[in-house]
Design a protein around this ligand. Structure first.
Ligand code: SF4
Ligand code: SF4
Length: 186
């Protein structure tokens, strides 16, 4: 059955009300101030808890990576972008020869962080990085440890971990103490 138009609908059709409403909206946008930021001079605060580059946690006692090469992070990674190569060291202990992350394939899900039983890998809040080749985004062990020193060691890292990885916080420490606790003690 054909629907009968109401008086309001007829009025709108005759006077092209919706077209004028659309034009008014367009005009409002044309005269409103632009919100373009002049990056990198003007930067926005990152969203709280944003996940950026990976870092291998450096043990504050030994100064080496905490990673023991168990491979759980690589097994959990849905992008299969973590590659770990180990060998047998002194006392038959496993030695992590290479720990590499193909950053361009990563989806920043943080499953690797959650899977690690030793709190040996984290995602840092640093998300501003660029490069010209794929190789630049193939992060090796040294670079991942460097990321820890640059973006996570000290109060900034403590704050980030406390805020967003609270339940796992003790995992990221050595001797059961966080970097900040060790600083307080010393
Ligand atoms: S954040 Fe997710 S995708 Fe990226 S390395 Fe970790 S597990 Fe893999
Ligand atoms: S980062 Fe953690 S889960 Fe991954 S190999 Fe090292 S100790 Fe195992």
């Amino acid at each position: 059955m054909k629907k009968v138009m109401t008086a309001k609908e007829i009025f709108k059709k005759i006077f092209l009300i919706e077209i004028f409403q659309g034009l008014a909206l367009t005009f409002r946008h044309m005269v409103s101030p632009a919100i373009t930021r002049q990056y990198p001079e003007v930067k926005r605060e990152p969203f709280p808890g944003s996940r950026g580059l990976h870092a291998l946690v450096r043990d504050s006692v030994t100064g080496k990576e905490k990673c023991v090469g168990c491979g759980l992070c690589a097994a959990m990674c849905p992008s299969q972008c973590i590659n770990i190569y180990t060998s047998e060291g002194e006392d038959h202990k496993k030695v992590v020869d290479r720990y590499e992350v193909e950053v361009l394939r990563c989806v920043f899900c943080a499953l690797c962080v959650e899977a690690c039983p030793y709190g040996a890998i984290v995602l840092t809040p640093h998300f501003e990085y660029a490069g010209f080749t794929r190789e630049e985004f193939y992060y090796k062990k040294d670079r991942l440890l460097e990321n820890w020193d640059k973006y996570m060691a000290g109060p900034r890292g403590d704050e980030y971990l406390e805020k967003y990885w609270g339940p796992k916080l003790s995992d990221f420490t050595s001797n059961g103490k966080s970097d900040s606790e060790e600083r307080k003690d010393s």
